[in-house]
Each structure stands twice: as structure tokens, then as C-alpha cells.
Ligand binder design. Structure first.
Ligand code: NAD
Length: 500
């Protein structure tokens, strides 16, 4: 029987009332396992109204007490790790170890946010002028919202709501309608950790719910993560409505392999970074750029047998699978269509995973690993984010050509260089126009206390996610200039005051 999922409003599960639902699949079997309610404008209005009503008391709760909720939340995440990972794998398709990684990378941001009292401390200047003190404080926005993608259904919601809530906001989370169960479970845990009702509302939905957030006059800040076209749309419409908006979009991450690199290490790094989570990561490496024909030939020799041996399996098959199915039948069809196009455009398909089927799971959304060689800049498989288990090798004749490839690509999320030469690495780090860089590290996802964000078409807005930037994004600065009566006894002043 298909389960009907809910929204989470005012600390409890609430059935959808719009009459609209979307199907949630088990990607391994291809079966519909539940229905996700798609909120109407009226449902969004009700969720925002009660968030708005609950927020002032939460903002007035001292930051230490707010942080203690997150402290407890972290403990509960550890307690329920297996349960969360299982629910996540069942809807997303990723392996259980990878699903736990998804939860842990979110949990680390919750841990960072326990430092909110320190992060929210303002600035103070004693004696800024005669008898004058000046101080700046950070105050919450009020009601903030987060719109999140399917590929990290635990981590990205936590990247959004943990700092927003620690800073004293109420939060409306609109998770991906493809895997909404884990966000609902996270909301239950936040309640168990002591969060007052109304401070975290999970409103499920599609474009309708997103538009309702973008146009809602009581929502002051919106954090979005998803594909670039939607990121740009959310940014334009949200900022046109006067909101603070940060949107993180798609990616095409290059890994440059210099002739002096340890090629065994580089090939292993490409396997994990290219095919882990079936390539459904915004920090996946989807382009390998060996420098020099000799490097390219040797790399291909090492890569081909390794890619052919990758183990693809449903998450229920144990923890030794390399990756599972992709998220939906549409995603599978799109990936296979792009691989066909790459072949038509003249790239060499060195490993062809198109015919892969999983015995016993013939209706699952499995795609075999594909490896392209001789990919060129003009090909669609190079220009587009494929978001599947497909790695493209683009051969560069020298370092400058490799650098230019990554620099000229419209996306600028992550990039990596493999080399033993410190000088090449330093030059690369200094010149590349990409937000997150790995030196002999294939997936350079910054830790919770640094910030996460790309450049170019991978981002719209000016502050990054998590780390100190998150507290800047979810707060407003208020600056007070204060002078006490002893300074006024001299009488009125009629020229603009200066502090010299
Ligand atoms: P998506 O853009 O399809 O969906 C993201 C969110 O937008 C979802 O909540 C969805 O319901 C909503 N949405 C979808 N279509 C919409 C529309 N027409 N109007 C308004 N809202 C809409 O993205 P996805 O497929 O869920 O996630 C994969 C994408 O996310 C990839 O492009 C990946 O690179 C990107 N991503 C980026 C980062 C980053 O930090 N840069 C992190 C993870 C994923």
C-alpha cells in the first residue's frame, strides 16, 4: 500500500489538503512507495503565519538555550543514524555508508551552530566619541525559508535550518518532493530536542510551494540549492520581491592530472569522485583533464579496468556496493540520452554502461558506469551537468590549456589538481576562478566551520552556506550610537558630528 506523507506544521504531522500529490519512488525497485503532498498557497500561508507568531519568543530565548536544542539534536541524530540512513537510501538510492555520510555532513553543521552564542556576538567600540559608545548587534531576519534538492536530503536541509534557527529565526523548509521523508524525520528530532512548535515547519511541495515562498511578504530570507536554471529563477523572483536570497546551482567539476601526479592515486580518486552516489553530487568530478598525451594514455589504462569493476547494487545488498540507482526513471532516461549524444558527437565511449541491468531489480533506475575519452569543449556531454555515473576525459596538451578549460566553463563549483609540484599547485590555486579547490583532494567539500559555495553559474548571491557566512545571511546588523545625558549637558549641536 502506498503511504501518504505529510507536512510538519506546529510540531506535528499534518495531512495535505490541496488534493495534489507527487509519487515518491524506491529507485532500486522502481516502485512508488509513497505520495508526497504538494502544498497550496493557503497551506503555505498557514505555515508561515504560525512560524511568524512563534518566532519572537524564540528570538528572545537566550542564544545558549537555543544552542542547547542543537546539542540535543546532535545526540538524537547519532541515536537514529541507522534509521535515518535507511529511509534516505530507500528514497534516494544511495548506499547506506553514503547515506550516513549525508547525515553526518549535516550533523557537523548542527555541531558548528552550537557555537551560535559566540558567532552572534556583536561589535563594540568604547568611547567612539566624547561620551559616545557604538555597538552593532546581529538580529534574526524573522521567518526564513530553505528550498532544497533531492541529492542530499539530510545534509542540505540541516545546512539551512540549523544556522537559521540557532540565530533566532523561524524556518520554512521546502524539501525535494522526490525524497521528503528524512526532512520530516529531522523535524521530529528537532521537536524531541526541545524546539518550540512553529519554529521549524516542513512544507512539502513543487513549483507552486516555491512560488508561494518567493512571493510571501512575511518571509525575509531564502536559501536555495538545486539546478542552475531554477537557482537563477528563485534568485531573480525572490530579490525582485525585496528578499535576501542565496542560491547554489549546478556544477561541472574538473580534475587536472599533471604529468608528475601519482596516477594510481589519481585514478582511485576519480572513481570515488566521479561515480560515488551515481554521480549525483554537486561536487562530483565529471571531467578529468590529463595533461599531455602520455599522461592521458596511462590514466586511461588504469581507469578502464577499475571502472569496469565498479559494483552497482541496491542499498539492501550490503555495504560493499560502490553506488546504487539514480533517483528517477526521468533522470535515467536523461543520462542515457546524453551518453548517446556523446557517442554521436564523436567522443570515444571507453566503458559503456548503457546496457546495465540489475538482476532481480529490472525495473530499478540503475545506470552502468560510463567512461568517455577524447571529449571536446563543444560537446554537450562537456557543456551540460549530466548528474549521473559518467566521467569525461578531455585531453589537454599542457597546463595552460587544462587551466583554461576549467576557467572557461560556465560552472565554478569545485575543481581539483593532482600533482607533486608545489609550484604548479600554488599557481593553480591562485589563478583558478572556482569556489572550492582540492590539491590532491578530489571532492574538496569544506568542513562545517568554513563556508561552502561556488563561483560563476554555480551561485547567485554573495554569501556562502554554513560556516560564519550562514550567521551573516540569517541575521541583520543593527548599529547603535549611544550617548548618556552627561554628554548632552553642553547643549544642542547643529553641525554633523565627527569622531576625531
Ligand atoms: P532542482 O533544481 O530540480 O530542484 C531543487 C528544488 O527546486 C526542489 O525543492 C524542487 O522542488 C524545486 N523546483 C524544481 N523545479 C522548480 C521550478 N520549476 N520552479 C520552482 N522550484 C522548482 O534540483 P535537483 O534535481 O533536486 O538537485 C540536483 C541539482 O542540485 C544539481 O544541479 C546539483 O548540482 C545541484 N546541487 C547544487 C549544490 C550546491 O551547493 N551548489 C548542492 C547540491 C545539489
Amino acid at each position: 500500500m502506498t503511504i501518504e506523507l505529510t507536512h510538519w506544521i506546529d510540531g506535528k504531522h499534518v495531512n495535505g489538503t490541496s488534493g495534489r500529490f507527487s509519487d515518491v519512488y524506491n529507485p532500486a525497485t522502481g516502485e512508488v512507495q509513497s505520495k508526497c503532498p504538494l502544498a497550496s498557497d493557503a497551506e503555505m500561508d498557514a505555515a508561515v503565519a504560525s512560524a511568524k507568531a512563534a518566532q519572537p519568543a524564540w528570538a528572545a530565548t537566550n542564544p545558549q538555550r537555543r544552542a542547547r536544542v542543537l546539542m540535543k539534536f546532535v545526540t538524537l541524530l547519532h541515536r537514529d543514524m541507522d534509521k535515518l540512513a535507511e529511509a534516505l537510501s530507500r528514497e534516494h538510492g544511495k548506499t547506506m555508508p553514503d547515506a550516513k555520510g549525508d547525515v553526518i555532513r549535516g550533523l557537523e553543521v548542527a555541531e558548528f551552530c552550537i557555537g551560535a552564542p559566540h558567532l552572534l556576538k556583536g561589535e563594540f567600540t568604547n568611547d567612539a566619541g566624547p561620551g559616545i559608545d557604538m555597538y552593532s548587534m546581529r538580529q534574526p531576519i524573522g521567518v526564513a525559508a530553505g528550498i532544497t534538492p533531492f541529492n542530499f536530503p539530510a545534509m542540505i536541509p540541516m545546512w539551512k535550518f540549523c544556522p537559521a534557527i540557532a540565530a533566532g529565526n523561524a524556518f520554512i523548509l521546502k524539501p525535494s518532493e522526490r525524497d521528503p521523508s528524512v526532512p520530516l524525520m529531522l523535524a521530529e528530532l528537532m521537536k524531541e530536542a526541545g524546539l518550540p512548535d512553529g519554529i521549524l515547519q516542513v512544507v512539502n511541495g513543487d513549483k507552486g510551494a516555491v512560488d508561494a515562498i518567493l512571493d510571501h511578504e512575511d518571509i525575509g530570507a531564502i536559501g536555495f540549492v538545486g539546478s542552475t536554471a531554477i537557482a537563477q529563477y528563485v534568485y531573480s523572483r525572490g530579490t525582485a520581491n525585496g528578499k535576501r536570497v542565496q542560491c547554489f546551482g549546478g556544477a561541472k567539476n574538473h580534475m587536472i592530472i599533471m604529468p608528475d601526479a601519482d596516477l594510481d592515486q589519481a585514478a582511485d580518486a576519480l572513481l570515488g569522485a566521479g561515480y560515488g552516489a551515481a554521480g549525483e553530487r554537486c561536487m562530483a568530478i565529471s571531467v578529468a583533464v590529463p595533461v599531455g598525451e602520455g599522461t592521458a594514455d596511462r590514466l586511461m589504462e588504469k581507469l578502464i579496468p577499475k571502472v569496469e569493476k565498479l559494483k552497482i547494487a541496491p542499498y539492501t545488498d550490503g555495504n560493499d556496493a560502490d553506488f546504487g540507482p539514480v533517483v528517477t526513471a526521468e533522470a535515467k532516461a536523461r543520462i542515457l540520452g546524453l551518453v548517446d549524444q556523446g557517442v554521436k558527437e564523436g567522443a570515444t565511449l571507453a566503458v559503456d554502461g548503457r546496457g546495465f541491468t540489475m538482476q532481480g531489480y529490472e525495473n530499478g533506475f540503475f545506470v552502468g558506469a560510463c567512461l568517455f575519452d577524447n571529449v571536446t569543449k563543444d560537446m554537450e556531454i562537456y557543456k551540460q551537468e549530466i548528474f549521473g555515473p559518467v566521467l569525461s576525459v578531455v585531453r589537454a596538451k599542457d597546463y595552460e590549456e587544462a587551466l583554461a578549460l576549467a576557467m572557461d566553463h560556465e560552472y565554478g563549483n569545485g575543481v581539483a589538481i593532482y600533482t607533486r609540484d608545489g609550484d604548479a599547485a600554488r599557481d593553480f590555486v591562485s589563478r583558478i576562478n572556482v569556489g572550492m579547490i582540492g590539491v590532491n583532494v578530489p571532492i574538496p567539500v569544506p568542513l562545517a566551520y568554513h563556508t561552502f559555495g561556488g563561483w560563476k553559474k554555480s551561485v547567485f548571491g554573495d554569501l556562502n552556506q554554513h560556516g560564519p557566512d550562514a550567521f551573516r545571511f540569517y541575521t541583520r546588523t543593527k548599529t547603535v550610537t549611544s550617548r548618556w545625558p552627561s554628554g548632552i549637558k553642553d547643549g544642542a549641536a547643529f553641525s554633523i558630528p565627527t569622531m576625531d
